[in-house]
Design a protein around this ligand. Structure first.
Ligand code: NI
Length: 248
């Protein structure tokens, strides 16, 4: 069930059966010379909607912009400042909490969002502690990365081994191609497996350290069939996680 395709009376009925909502969040940022700029949002949305279908959960519109300041050296990348993203998350949660939603499951597609999402949750909880809401249940938030389960990490290891890397990875490129039904883009990659230098600060520093945008990955290993397998495992494991958390 998708929030944007529902009417308000349908949301009233939904709230009689569940207080949970899934919120996909991604990023709009470079993913190397062949990966889609929308990779993180496309992956988060596909997995979130799959979980919604499997569990009956309501799924919110995808937040397609995230905290991606280090990618700004590559055209097409967009960032929200951490404080902007924190403010957005707080406003979205408080809007829905006012109406009776209580369990906010953020299905994330971008590692760079993790620290800021955690800070947003702290902001929400601090608000409750300092100024408790007069009505309705207190919101409870959970962050889930689509790649988070052990089963998924095992599949990634089996498919790509050390060439998975940590940005513009073959797994996310494969999942995004499958989810968007787009043909995989191909281009010569040199070196085939990108450098894994540790650490970066701002956009200049990132571009210097990772000239084509990739970190430690070889996305040319990705296939659409891999994307289908990754999707199925990600949906299955995240559905189990969502339902277990909702029942707590
Ligand atoms: Ni990504």
């Amino acid at each position: 069930m998708l929030l944007e395709q529902s009417s308000w009376p349908e949301i009233v009925s939904y709230l009689e059966t569940s207080r949970g909502i899934i919120l996909p969040i991604g990023s709009t940022e470079q993913h190397g010379p062949t990966g889609l700029i929308g990779t993180d949002a496309i992956c988060a949305e596909a997995v979130a909607r799959g979980v919604g279908e499997a569990s009956g959960a309501l799924v919110a519109p995808t937040l397609a912009f995230g905290m991606a300041q280090h990618h700004l050296g590559f055209p097409g990348s967009v960032t929200l400042r951490p404080r902007t993203l924190i403010a957005m998350i707080c406003d979205i949660v408080h809007s829905l909490a006012r109406q009776g939603f209580a369990k906010f499951y953020f299905l994330n597609g971008h590692g760079g969002n993790v620290a800021t999402l955690s800070a947003a949750f702290s902001e929400i909880y601090a608000g409750q502690s300092l100024d408790p809401p007069r009505q309705g249940p207190a919101p409870c938030c959970r962050l889930r990365n689509w790649w988070q389960s052990r089963e998924l990490r095992q599949l990634v290891e089996e498919l790509y081994g050390d060439a998975e890397g940590s940005h513009a990875t073959p797994s996310e490129v494969a999942l995004a191609a499958f989810a968007s039904a787009q043909a995989l883009k191909r281009a010569p990659l040199d070196p085939a497996v990108a450098t894994k230098k540790a650490g970066f600060t701002d956009a200049e520093d990132y571009r210097r350290a990772f000239p084509d945008g990739r970190i430690g990955s070889n996305p040319s290993l990705a296939t659409a069939e891999d994307g289908r397998r990754l999707y199925e495992v990600a949906v299955k494991t995240a559905t189990q996680d969502y339902l277990a958390w909702l029942a707590q």
